[in-house]
Design a protein. Structure first.
Length: 532
């Protein structure tokens, strides 16, 4: 592509919203996809979808980003079907999970037995799980929330009040605190397993999300896993984009853009390898970027130049700042055997109040199709931490020598280390080992022979998920931010500004709404409910 070429649409960001938008536009434009170009600052596509392979486990994807698709997410499920990607059904957590709170082990089903739960609950709170306690608190301000349709639930949450003020003016902690004892409140925060589900964010939006994702009873097929890893979705979209004539340009960071007298946009990209800048001219610009990436673009652009004035002026900066990014860590550990089978579970999760927060028992290499059945190497996501718990690891993740692995019968003796973004210190692996052993009550826990880490709070992501700030009218922001300035052909999409924050569902939701409302494409997937 020469610098004097004018492209129809430049899309910045090769995550899910960016690649999906590019594929849809390339499929719909009369001239094909030649005018659709995606620019990505990193050396890969997929954004926060990333699956790697641990040493000695070629048939088991280690998910360092999103790990599953819920049955309550119809948009992404339909896309996966359209792309013909193989999936494996599995539970989304529930009664078979294990719990380690306040030094006591019990099964999730044992919340029904008050004598096993180490919290001093009120009589009317005894026998309820953390999810059931949250449902009780939400239904105190949104009666019947658990039986409402998603559209009716959203309307009810928008209309609900607490202490005479709209629900969105409160945080979800205020909702919990108004209905629960302090012990039940603490059980919800610790026993939920994700700080994200109990972070004190916009109560109206938090209530909608919780009721949609956590209040339903999990079944054996309540979630799906991509057989080849969740990043199979963006990789498939990339292939189909190229088939339509579109292009993806890696290691190209947008540093500035400005509108010219011909109503086209001149974009400046910096090559990550050479440091050289080049300019691209586009009629339409889609910023498929999370909040932090948008802020970095505004901060690093020359003062008074088009980029900074656009992203900081005309109310755009306020729209961008309406959400909060939350750090999320993933630490994948490979063991020479699925030792957790001795503890009891063969799959599922363990929830704890230790800084690990949640551990997920995953697959054994030798049980996979085409694998060597003698290979019992097994995968555990041993730190599923987010929010405040993620900060526990900030001081040790890069402190001291890097963990380079231990010998394993099925892994190369001289193997290349994981990418720098996945590096983890020996100190952190040792601390995780101590906590895993404590959470399972095991003195003979085998050592992990391989480890990989990802911190989605790092730039340019700024968080593994986003939440609406307290007081924000999320519906209004979602309508406006897609095309934040009338008369400008600059668009913003991504999970950060959706009703499914942190999920692929939200990324597709905002992209589909943008494409149908502003580019005139016929609906392919379900846009946001309010958009219709």
């Amino acid at each position: 592509m020469s610098e004097d070429t004018v492209v129809e649409c430049a899309i910045v960001g090769a995550g899910m919203s960016g690649l999906y938008s590019a594929w849809r536009l390339a499929s719909a434009l009369p001239g094909g996809g030649q005018g659709v170009h995606v620019f990505e600052m990193s050396d890969r596509v997929g954004g926060r979808l990333e699956a790697i392979r641990m040493a000695g486990m070629p048939h088991v994807p280690a998910e360092l980003g999103e790990m599953r698709i819920l049955k309550t997410q119809p948009i992404v499920r339909r896309l996966v079907d359209m792309l013909a990607l193989p999936t494996v059904d599995g539970p989304a957590g529930g009664q078979d999970d294990h719990v380690y709170l306040r030094g006591r082990h019990f099964a999730a089903r044992d919340y029904a037995d008050p004598s096993l739960v180490p919290y001093d609950l009120r009589d009317d709170e005894e026998g309820l799980s953390p999810s059931q306690l949250v449902v009780r608190a939400i239904e105190a301000v949104v009666p019947g929330a658990s039986v409402l349709t998603p559209q009716a639930l959203r309307a009810a949450c928008e209309a609900a009040t607490l202490n005479g003020y709209p629900l969105r003016q409160h945080g979800i902690w205020q909702v919990l605190g108004s209905a629960l004892s302090i012990e039940a409140f603490n059980l919800v925060l610790a026993g939920g397993g994700f700080d994200a589900l109990s972070a004190n964010w916009n109560a109206a939006e938090a209530a909608c999300r919780f009721m949609a994702e956590r209040s339903r009873t999990p079944s054996a097929a309540s979630a799906s896993h991509l057989r080849d890893g969740c990043d199979a979705i963006p990789l498939a979209l990339w292939d189909r984009l190229v088939e339509k004539g579109g292009r993806v340009h890696l290691k190209q960071e947008l540093t500035a853009f400005r509108r010219g007298p011909d109503d086209c946009y001149t974009l400046t990209f910096r090559n990550a390898d050479t440091g050289q800048d080049r300019e691209v001219t586009a009629r339409n610009l889609i910023l498929a970027m999370p909040k932090r990436s948008l802020q970095r673009l505004a901060e690093r652009a020359p003062a008074g130049q088009g980029t900074a004035s656009f992203l900081s002026g005309a109310g755009v900066g306020e729209l961008i700042d309406s959400v909060e990014g939350h750090a999320v860590h993933r630490l994948a550990l490979a063991y020479p055997e699925p030792w957790w089978n001795r503890f009891g579970p063969t799959s599922g999760d363990l929830v704890t109040d230790l800084p690990l927060r949640r551990m997920r028992y995953l697959a054994t290499e030798g049980d996979q199709p085409g694998a060597d059945p003698r290979n019992r190497n097994a995968l555990l996501v041993a730190s599923y931490a987010d929010g405040p718990s993620a900060r526990y690891w900030d001081g040790v993740r890069a402190s001291g020598p890097r963990f380079l692995g231990l010998p394993n019968d099925f892994a190369p003796h001289h193997r290349a280390p994981h990418a720098e973004a996945h590096a983890v210190s020996t100190l952190m692996v040792d601390d995780v080992h101590r906590q895993v052993a404590a959470a399972h009550g095991l003195d003979d826990l085998p050592r992990a022979y391989d480890a990989a880490f990802r911190d989605w709070g790092d730039d340019p992501f700024g968080g593994g998920w986003h939440s609406w700030k307290i007081g924000v009218n999320a519906g209004d922001v979602m309508r406006r931010i897609i095309r934040p300035v009338d008369g400008e052909a600059v668009f913003i999409c991504g999970e950060a500004y959706s009703t499914h924050q942190g999920w692929v569902e939200g990324a597709l939701q905002t992209a589909e709404t943008m494409l149908t409302q502003h580019f005139g494409l016929a609906p392919l997937l379900q846009p946001m409910a309010w958009a219709s």
